[in-house]
Design a protein around this ligand. Structure first.
Ligand SMILES: N[C@@H](CCC(=O)N[C@@H](CS)C(=O)NCC(=O)O)C(=O)O
Length: 237
């Protein structure tokens, strides 16, 4: 099957692709060796695409059909390309990943990352997206962006603690997925790319083993990550 795929990604003012959910799909496409076109859009453009059928990116356009939601896209890629390396090794792993996605979204992203980095995300966005970002996120949190991040220097320590399950897991194996990164690792790496691109406060302490874990993960997807310049830790670069 010839690939004619466009991936809609969230871009910021610098031109970087920053959505952690989009990055999951970039890794999946890389894993499967499927070429694709990238189309960077602003957060505030998402609802103008495809007659407003989708509220979030990633959106993948296969030419004759379109789909959003990162897990649904990963499932579809496994269905469409069964002869390429699988994203999910089987139903049991897929179901556990459903839990992992919920943990990461609620306990790490919403409870930990946004209270530290939401103003950074705003500041990196294009002017048009800044207005949309402020309005939508302030409505969600019921606070101004400045209030949300007011105590972020303390909150970053809570966030580092929240990542302890990943730290403990990679103490005895290279990746959450074992010897090779699986979709859970792709989710983690996507979050690291988001924070390492937009963040003005290092997520990881200089001696955090998650630094090597992230480097190992990025090295597994060199064509996607080779040109990234991330600031993820307090370690001097
Ligand atoms: N559950 C979705 C979450 C995707 C998501 O939240 N994407 C954000 C960008 S990081 C988005 O497009 N937001 C649109 C908006 O804020 O209007 C997935 O896994 O794809």
């Amino acid at each position: 099957m010839a690939a004619d795929i466009t991936l809609y990604e969230i871009g910021v003012a610098s031109g970087a692709s920053v959505s952690p959910f989009v990055w999951r799909i970039k890794f999946c496409l890389d894993r499967k060796g499927i070429p694709y076109r990238s189309k960077l859009v602003g957060l505030s453009d998402v609802r103008t695409l495809f007659d407003g059928r989708f509220e979030t990116c990633p959106i993948i356009d296969f030419g004759d059909s379109q789909l959003n939601e990162s897990l649904a896209i990963a499932d579809r890629l496994d269905e469409l390309y069964p002869d390429r390396p699988a994203i999910f090794s089987g139903p049991a792993e897929r179901e556990m990943i459903g839990f992992f996605d919920q943990w990461l979204t609620y306990s790490v992203l919403i409870a930990g990352i946004l209270p530290v980095y939401t103003l950074d995300a705003h500041d990196c966005a294009t002017p048009k997206d800044q207005d949309y970002y402020r309005e939508s996120r302030e409505a969600f949190f019921g606070q101004t962006l400045e209030e949300i991040v007011a105590d972020r220097k303390e909150r970053v320590h809570d966030l580092r603690r929240a990542l302890e399950p990943v730290r403990q897991t990679i103490a005895t194996q290279p990746f959450i997925g074992g010897e090779e990164p699986n979709f859970a690792d792709m989710c983690m790496l996507g979050l690291f790319i988001f924070v390492g691109t937009i963040g003005s406060l290092p997520l990881l302490a200089a001696d955090d083993p998650l630094i090597d874990y992230a480097d190992r993960g990025f090295a597994a997807f060199p064509s996607e990550t080779g040109s990234l310049a991330l600031k993820l830790s307090e370690k001097p670069q």
